[in-house]
Design a protein around this ligand. Structure first.
Ligand SMILES: [Zn+2]
Length: 298
């Protein structure tokens, strides 16, 4: 990143988000090399989040190699080969490029800026081209399966020491993949109001909302998601509106609204949710019913 650095006076969050987005230039190289850097950065962020890496100078540890291989597996469903039989020396070569600036290290340590960096990295790693949506969904699904496997291991053992470190505290990274998957199938549009605002560099205003809360159900599959703008995500999580079996919007009768420049939420009552183009990605009817029964405040 050093050449890019020189053209910036200030190394802030926007600067690093842009650097991460520009990692996609490596996609023009052959398959194996192309994604080493995003995967490696993601692995480093993961381990900083877990306090496994506590220093901006990154050393090659077993934890880093293991985490790298896990992410590699999510993407390719195969073992990391590094293009050569001796896979670990190849990762060591890559790690030489992964030292962190002071500024970047502190941005990763902060939970809110970390989220943005991960989103930028995941967005650059995976484009939203229609023909790549299948791949994004596959990685999201792999993440889900991987989580379930890890949780089974956790339940069946008595001692905490045997839990793979990779399974801990990775919510932010898994959520970034979920968000990318959900937002892509809804073409970056809020399913409630239709709002779509994107900015160069893969940022957009729409979230991937869980229908049944992740904290209770651990379900990050595409059918448990709806793309919603920040306002409507917040309102959905609090049960201010729900969706019926025919995907019709039901708005709480208790809202008092002042909205001089846009349609009020109540005016959307009875309208059909804006759904993905492909029916197999529609939100799960049973999950929507659960949300009506447990979260919605009629
Ligand atoms: Zn909206």
């Amino acid at each position: 990143m050093s050449k890019v650095e020189q053209s910036y006076n200030q190394k802030n969050l926007a600067y690093y988000c842009e650097c991460f987005s520009n990692l996609k230039v490596y996609k023009t190289q052959k398959k194996g090399d192309a994604l080493n850097k995003p995967i490696l950065l993601l692995s480093v962020i993961d381990l900083i989040t877990q306090n496994v890496i506590t220093d901006k100078n990154i050393y090659i540890s077993d934890d880093l190699i293991e985490t790298f291989k896990k992410y590699w597996h999510l993407k390719y469903s195969s073992e990391y080969e590094g293009g050569r039989p001796q896979s670990i020396p190849k990762i060591r070569d890559d790690v030489n490029y992964a030292f962190l600036d002071d500024e970047l290290f502190s941005l990763i340590q902060d939970e809110s800026t970390r989220k943005e960096l991960i989103d930028a990295l995941v967005s650059s790693w995976l484009s939203s081209d229609e023909n790549e949506i299948g791949e994004i969904l596959k990685i999201n699904e792999n993440f889900q399966n991987e989580s379930l496997e890890q949780e089974t291991i956790t339940e069946s053992t008595d001692t905490l020491k045997t839990i793979p470190k990779w399974s801990l505290k990775k919510t932010l990274i898994r959520n970034a993949f979920f968000r990318k998957a959900v937002v892509s199938v809804y073409d970056c549009q809020c399913a409630f109001c239709g709002l779509k605002v994107t900015k160069i560099g893969n940022q957009n205003i729409v979230d991937g909302a869980h229908i049944k809360p992740f904290s209770a159900f651990y379900d990050s599959r595409i059918h448990n998601g709806i793309a919603l703008c920040k306002n409507h995500h917040w309102a959905f999580d609090r049960g201010w509106f729900a969706v019926d079996d025919k995907y019709k919007i039901i708005v709480s009768k208790e809202l008092e609204e002042v909205s001089p420049h846009a349609k009020t939420m109540t005016e959307f009552h009875g309208e059909i949710l804006i759904l993905p183009k492909v029916e197999k990605y529609f939100p799960d009817i049973e999950a929507l019913q659960w949300h009506r029964d447990h979260i919605f405040q009629p």
